[in-house]
Design a protein around this ligand. Sequence first.
Ligand SMILES: [Zn+2]
Length: 257
Amino acid sequence: VNCEIRFPDEVLERYLRGELAETDRAALEDHYFECASCLERVELMQALPEALARGRRIPAIPARPRRFRTAFAALSTLATAAVLWVTIGPRPAASPAPPTSRPTPTPPADPLASLRALGRFDPPPYQPTPLRGGESLAADLADAMGHYRSEDYASAIAGLTTVVRRSPREPTARFFLGICYLLTDRPDEGVAELRRTIALGDTPYLEEARLYVARAHLQAGRIDDARNELSRVIDLRGDHEAAARELVREIERVVRR
Ligand SMILES: [Zn+2]
């Protein structure tokens, strides 16, 4: 995807460090939510400090050579990243995984089907939260989430799309729009909306957005991408860390067979 504006790396870096003036920040965000190319660059830059931080500490879960390569591939797209990577070097070898006490369930025949099953999920519950943008926006969101609760995802998508257009930095609407797409067999649109939610930074939906992106990867059979996303959920050390670790264990169980 080509971008007509193509912000310089330096501008994106200043944005991520929170150094842009409010108007510049808003202009950049309005653009990159609609521009796949810029969104991808912002995400890569966001991933960089996380990946480097992971490289420095003893990993809590077993290191996987494949995940490692994925991280490197993402890093190498940025020239400065590659230099940093060489300076810091690979992360230390992992300690072996602790033995699990649980008995292994009877393995299903098809590993890909098992992974898809792991990626399936029940609709996450919606807890109403105060939102920026005023009463009419809040009413529209409440209306759309009413459809969500009654599992009318097509109506929910229509309503949430309106909210997102009016308030591009509203994380609740973006997150549930992504979920609705995933629930209606529109995985690419779902992942794109969840990525935009992630790009909003430190919101109440950051962790969950990553978790559901990982599930979408699993449903599509993209194991490395799923692992990579789950390791980021774990790194956030939040409410969904345990669920992410469990999913990683389930993946390894399927893959080892
Ligand atoms: Zn762009």
